[in-house]
Ligand binder design. Structure first.
Ligand SMILES: Nc1ncnc2c1ncn2[C@@H]1O[C@H](COP(=O)(O)OP(=O)(O)O)[C@@H](O)[C@H]1O
Ligand SMILES: [Mg+2]
Length: 216
């Protein structure tokens, strides 16, 4: 038997020189990103901070491929999970049905999907809403569902846009337990926050300012 040595990964996500402007009226463009760079290494938990409107959500949408950049490159090595700032859901589907749908999209086996779903219900504490339609859920439970869907396929890179804005304290604590567990497994997490209350929970913090991302 031959052993193929896989090179040790130095990063799971690497973005360089990202530029993005939005049209403002007929003639003007607003430059939001002006050469922003970011690298995520395996097992890192990184915070992305910046003032309101500094371009954090725009940057993350480009990192996950939901939005096209005007310039720059993004390389992702591994499976990616994304939790947008505004929860995306299907009004008429229950939580269970969301997990089934996403499990199929991720090409998980039904058994693997159900196992992951059970763990996520337990970890985030919303099992009792399993059969509730999304349009009947509170904002906090919808946020849990969105986080759960991003985590379903156990992604190497997890990108979260203000994930705990609507969480109560108990869920906030559970959230950080989940993040710590992922770090131990060598998974990486990038978390957007408009304020950083618990700086020590991050390995490092990157600040978006004037269209660039700098260590803080
Ligand atoms: N689709 C869009 N079209 C035009 N302007 C946008 C669009 N999305 C965001 N913007 C503007 O770009 C700036 C950065 O937005 P955003 O990335 O959401 O910032 P943040 O997440 O840091 O608050 C803001 O001024 C916002 O109004
Ligand atoms: Mg935002």
């Amino acid at each position: 038997m031959t052993t193929v040595e896989r090179p040790v990964r130095t990063f799971v996500l690497d973005a360089a020189g990202i530029e993005k402007s939005y049209r403002r009226g007929l003639r003007h463009r607003q430059n939001i990103l002006r050469g922003a760079d970011i690298t995520l290494r395996p097992g890192e938990v990184v915070g992305l901070v910046g003032e309101n409107g500094s371009g954090k959500s725009t940057f993350m949408k480009i990192l996950v491929g939901a939005l096209r950049a005007d310039a720059g490159t993004v390389v992702v090595d591994g499976k990616l999970g994304y939790c947008p700032q505004e929860p995306v859901f299907y009004e008429r589907l229950t939580c269970d049905e969301h997990f089934e749908l996403f499990g199929r999209a991720y090409r998980m086996s039904p058994a693997a999907e159900r196992r992951a779903r059970r763990e996520l219900y337990a970890a985030l504490g919303f099992e009792r809403y399993a059969s509730t339609r999304a349009d009947r859920l509170s904002g906090g439970t919808l946020a849990k569902l969105n986080l759960g869907l991003a985590l379903l396929a156990d992604p190497e890179v997890l990108l979260l846009d203000e994930p705990y804005a609507g969480f109560d304290w108990d869920t906030y604590v559970k959230f950080w337990q989940l993040v710590a567990q992922r770090r131990e497994q060598g998974r990486s997490v990038l978390i957007i926050s408009h304020f950083v209350a618990d700086e020590e929970r991050f390995d490092r913090i990157v600040q978006l300012r004037d269209g660039r991302a700098e260590p803080r």
